[in-house]
Design a protein around this ligand. Structure first.
Ligand SMILES: [Zn+2]
Ligand SMILES: [Zn+2]
Length: 439
């Protein structure tokens, strides 16, 4: 054993012990945050708890109010070395909780003008608590820690309220990845799709891009008994819905990557004997490749307008890009695989299929190489097919799975810092563009 491997293995053992020591508090933090969920850009209480925790741990820097309610903390190890970033999201969802837990949320608030229940139905409460646990673990080991760890607690991963900016993109615009620049970033997501004690990963495209489309078919209102006197936007919209399905089935190369085009909302008409003036449709587009993403956007716009023209209707298509493809850097993923295997155990690290859900962690990965992985939280004994999915009002987190998240992030950070050249970020390459790519 070289001196550095001895140091690394002793650090590994210390992380294990410190993670176990903080587990009960991670669960307590998670329950507290769960009982007091806050929607995107409104994570005031949660961010306050996080910032106070980091300050109490003696962090070298704690920036608050980043992208509204985000918190960025910097922990400098005693030994010189590079910088690595860890990210957790903090926001809840407009969902009324139905999970049978004593700390279930009873919160209600207003979201885009509607009164809604609030629930951590995606498990971001677990992410925040896990990263607070990692902060405690690594702060306790800083005398043996090489380099620095940047802790990013992010608001509004589930999109900010209409009319507001927020999330990872805004954190980057407000310099969350500057001073100092990390050489890599790690993040995780708890999932009902894996049993407790299991980690899931995959290199390359892992989660889909997500873009919202709004299509308005403009007809001409008339009596439903005399359709020839107007232009029927309902029949036209029906043709558009079916036509759009031929994009994935007939027009893009699905041997390259899968894609999804879904119309999830259609609205038009007031009563049975009037052909309305217009129909509005909304939907989502998911892809795993940025070129295919652009191609699908072009096809949606062209087809909707061409089909409408065939019925003498007008058609306006508005596609709003939300999140890019979450792409795990292949070299970073390969380099960190031994760490994940060691932490989970070889049988409990799974190569998982692509996920058509999306993540704004992808914005961070456009600036620095990143690895985003999954942590199982479905109780062993519960069928994965029957477990309530993330975003369900009955989404349930088996808290015995949180420790694995703490251990994984802490070990990834340390192993990365131990194995990467460069002091304080110098000497290693990043794929940093001049600015956040426009969306
Ligand atoms: Zn979610
Ligand atoms: Zn989520």
């Amino acid at each position: 054993m070289t001196q550095s491997t001895v140091a690394a293995s002793s650090l590994t053992a210390q992380i294990e012990a410190a993670s176990r020591a903080v587990e009960a508090r991670v669960i307590a933090w998670r329950r507290d945050i769960h009982q007091h969920p806050e929607l995107g850009n409104r994570e005031f209480r949660t961010a306050g708890i996080v910032a106070e925790h980091l300050r109490r741990l003696g962090f070298d820097e704690v920036r608050t109010g980043v992208a509204h309610t985000g918190v960025v903390g910097l922990l400098k190890g005693a030994l010189p070395g590079p910088v690595v970033a860890l990210r957790a999201d903090m926001d809840a969802l407009p969902v009324t909780e139905e999970a049978d837990v004593p700390f279930a949320s009873k919160e209600r608030t207003t979201w885009n003008g509607e009164s809604v229940g609030v629930m951590h139905a995606c498990g971001h409460d677990a992410h925040t608590a896990i990263l607070m646990g990692v902060a405690e673990v690594l702060a306790g080991l800083r005398s043996g820690l090489r380099g620095s760890v940047k802790f990013i607690f992010q608001p509004a991963e589930e999109l900010p309220p209409d009319g507001e900016d927020g999330g990872a993109k805004m954190m980057i615009e407000e310099n969350a990845l500057e001073n100092p620049q990390p050489l890599a970033i790690f993040g995780l997501h708890v999932t009902s799709r894996l049993p407790v004690g299991v980690l899931g990963y995959r290199p390359g495209p892992t989660m889909a891009s997500a873009d919202r489309m709004t299509i308005t078919v403009q007809g001409r209102q008339t009596h439903a008994a005399m359709p020839w006197l107007g232009v029927d936007p309902i029949v036209t919209a029906a043709q558009v819905v079916l036509g759009l399905q031929t994009i994935v089935s007939r027009q893009v190369d699905i041997t390259k990557e899968p894609a999804v085009v879904t119309i999830g909302m259609i609205r038009g008409g007031l009563r049975e004997n009037i052909i309305p003036d217009s129909v509005e449709m909304r939907g989502t587009i998911r892809t795993f490749d940025e070129a295919m993403r652009d191609q699908v956007h072009e096809r949606v716009t062209y087809l909707a307008q061409a089909i409408s023209r065939g019925s003498n209707a007008g058609c306006e298509v508005c596609i709003r890009k939300h999140y890019p493809v979450t792409v795990n850097d292949p070299a970073l993923t390969a380099a960190m695989l031994p760490t994940l295997r060691r932490v989970a155990g070889p049988e409990r690290l799974l190569f998982v299929p692509k996920v058509t859900g999306s993540e704004d962690f992808s914005f961070f990965q456009r600036i620095v190489p990143g690895l985003f992985f999954f942590v199982g939280v479905t109780p062993s004994g519960t069928s994965l097919d029957k477990a309530a999915a993330n975003h369900s009002p009955r989404f349930y987190v088996d808290e015995s799975g949180l420790l694995l998240g703490v251990r994984a992030l802490a070990q990834l950070a340390c192993d990365f810092l131990e194995s990467t050249e460069g002091a304080d970020g110098a000497g290693a390459e990043t794929k940093r563009p001049a600015a956040v790519p426009a969306e």
